[in-house]
Design a protein around this ligand. Structure first.
Ligand code: ARG
Length: 589
């Protein structure tokens, strides 16, 4: 594994050293390097420094220039404006650096972190006995991308699917099943997920009707909750059946999403049941939580209701029951103490932000979170329909996730089929590509806007071949693969001795930023910046095709090889980047 410093970071370092050499008193000063339209890079840092030292910025800029080492990196450097430095790199440096990236396999020259930590990521957390809807899409898609990205940076990642598998509604369900043992007909492994869920759904609805109309059933259901929480064996066995049936369904939906979820990582709310009492005891003993109107509560100065009264986080209800907060606080203890996390990441709807704010603050007061162990909610916005309102079916009901995915795949398959003959795809390939394009379209649309913003779910736009869509990126990839197949005996090879065309330089400089972008994406939990990077990469590629022929008889052999080298590295970067977003790149499209 070879770590390849980016051109920008090498230049940054050389400029910083030159600054120190020219101005020993300045200490470590940042040259503030940026990409620029007028040259490859511009350094703006000298201006502020000159002001601080009461010197002449243009003079200082010339001194810095003079202090730069000789070498192959810089082709041209000029002082411009009040004291900026415009830097143009040599074509040789660009190709040499990219060749080092290309020689580094899938890592593409991006080094793993020197001191990785452990991040526990809480994502893809549907609820037992309930269908998954469009609201569950974002947590799964964003969470899965963050898992891949963090793992790529070398972070030690533990996945946790905090499914809703505990609580009072299960008393009702289980009691109903006790009294109607044959109703959950569906069984076991041979089951397909949607059938399992529709059976569960039926039972859920029937039990709800009974619960609302029959006082005695209601009372029996309440007793059943007590039995469940006390761990009565028969009650637990029934509950387990619900959970198992639901999991079959979850797996079928995750499979549709082309996403791998592993059973040991599913640790639902029930998994923390044994810790709840202790969590509350510690909070009460340390004074973090106090009794208020019979409930155990945590108060915050800045959390108040519309009436101006404080709104507490309730960790134990007046009736002795534990809620969502007690479970989340126990999960924090587990993740910090047992899983040795130093970062807790929650990919959860922004509508739960107040809950997490209060939970995190409580955990800090209790000492479970501190300067070394941090928690962060990667909050996401709502999926909207074309009308700008929360996404619903035409009938006004919530959209089932599997229906939405099926429709996306259907639409995508039609798009793939249109070009299939020309590309020579078999029926099997059409079906497979249709799936990858359809699921990719849905994932990309979700990942390419900043998570916290709402976005409109618009399949027409999502499967469009033009614009910022996954299909556009998938076609860019497939087109390169097609060129590489057509190249015959000509093989990709770097030729640092060649002069580059402007479009080649632009593509090359963008390729070189892959590692820096990933670092930023991982630091800030911002997958949309990776999507934007890949889209720009594909756009640079399009410009490159417009201006540079790859396989032309008029090109000398070295030019063909060097261009093949550039497009091949582009393909590998696209492939790796898309993979980190959970999106496939078919070879032929
Ligand atoms: N199951 C919850 C829901 O559907 C999301 C759980 C989020 N994670 C957590 N640790 N609270 O809203």
């Amino acid at each position: 594994m070879a770590s390849v410093p980016s051109l920008a970071s090498t230049l940054q370092q050389q400029l910083a050293d030159a600054l120190t050499a020219a101005l020993p008193d300045a200490g470590t000063a940042d040259p503030l390097l940026r990409r620029s339209d007028r040259a490859d890079f511009q350094a703006n840092g000298i201006l502020a420094l000159a002001k601080k030292l009461k010197g002449n910025p243009r003079e200082l800029a010339s001194q810095v220039t003079a202090a730069l080492p000789a070498g192959d990196l810089i082709k041209d450097i000029e002082v411009s404006g009040p004291g900026f430095l415009n830097v143009t790199l040599t074509d040789r440096a660009i190709i040499t650096t990219l060749a080092a990236r290309a020689a580094d396999g899938d890592r593409l020259g991006v080094p793993p972190k020197a001191a990785p930590g452990t991040t526990v990521i809480d994502y893809a957390q549907p609820n037992v006995a309930k269908e998954m809807h469009v609201g569950h899409l974002r947590s799964a898609v964003i969470g899965d991308a963050m898992v891949q990205i963090l793992e790529f940076t070398g972070e030690n990642v533990v996945r946790r699917h905090h499914i809703g598998d505990w609580g009072t509604q299960f008393g009702m369900l289980i009691q109903y099943l006790f009294e109607h043992p044959d109703e959950l007909r569906h069984g076991g492994d041979q089951a397909d997920g949607e059938a399992a869920m529709s059976s569960l759904n039926r039972v859920y609805k029937a039990s709800r009707v009974l619960f609302d109309s029959d006082e005695e059933f209601k009372a029996r259901s309440r007793d059943r909750v007590v039995a469940l929480q006390a761990g009565a064996p028969e009650t637990l066995a029934h509950w387990q059946r619900f959970v198992d049936e639901s999991k079959i369904y979850f797996y079928s939906v995750f499979d549709k999403l082309d996403m791998e979820i592993d059973d040991p990582d599913i640790v639902g709310e029930s998994g923390y049941n044994d810790m709840l009492e202790e969590t509350c005891r510690i909070l009460e003993e340390t004074g973090v939580a106090v009794r208020s109107e019979g409930a155990l509560c945590v108060f915050f100065d800045d959390v108040k209701g519309p009436d101006g009264n404080p709104v507490p986080l309730i960790v134990k209800k007046t009736n002795g029951g534990y809620g969502y907060a007690a479970t989340d606080l126990s999960a924090i203890r587990d993740r910090v103490r047992n899983l040795k996390a130093d970062t807790l990441l929650y990919v959860v709807d922004a509508r739960q932000s107040l809950h997490f704010k209060m939970v995190f603050e409580t955990a800090r007061r209790a000492g479970w979170l501190n300067d070394d162990v941090k928690a962060h909610q990667l909050a996401f916005g709502t999926v909207l329909g074309k009308d700008g309102k929360p996404f619903k079916t035409r009938e006004g009901t919530t959209v089932r996730l599997e229906d939405l995915l099926d429709e996306a795949v259907e639409r995508a398959t039609a798009v793939v089929r249109e070009k299939a003959e020309k590309v020579g795809l078999s029926e099997e390939e059409i079906v497979e590509n249709g799936r990858y394009v359809g699921v990719g379209a849905v994932k990309y649309a979700d990942l390419s806007t900043s998570a916290v913003r709402d976005y409109k779910f618009d399949l027409d736009q999502m499967v469009s071949l033009n614009g910022d869509t996954s299909v556009y990126l998938q076609y860019a990839y497939a087109r390169i693969r097609s060129i590489l197949r057509k190249a015959g005996d000509a093989k990709p090879a770097a030729h640092p001795e060649l002069d580059l065309a402007p479009a080649e330089r632009a593509l090359g400089l963008h390729l070189d930023q892959f590692g820096a972008v990933l670092e930023e994406v991982a630091e800030g939990y911002e997958p949309h910046k990776l999507a934007a990077y890949l889209y720009q990469l594909a756009s640079h590629l399009t410009t490159f095709y417009d201006q540079c022929q790859v396989l032309s008889d008029e090109n000398p052999a070295e030019v063909v090889e060097n261009r093949l080298f550039l497009v091949e590295l582009t393909a590998r970067t696209l492939h790796q980047g898309m993979k980190l977003l959970g999106i496939r790149t078919p070879e032929r499209l």
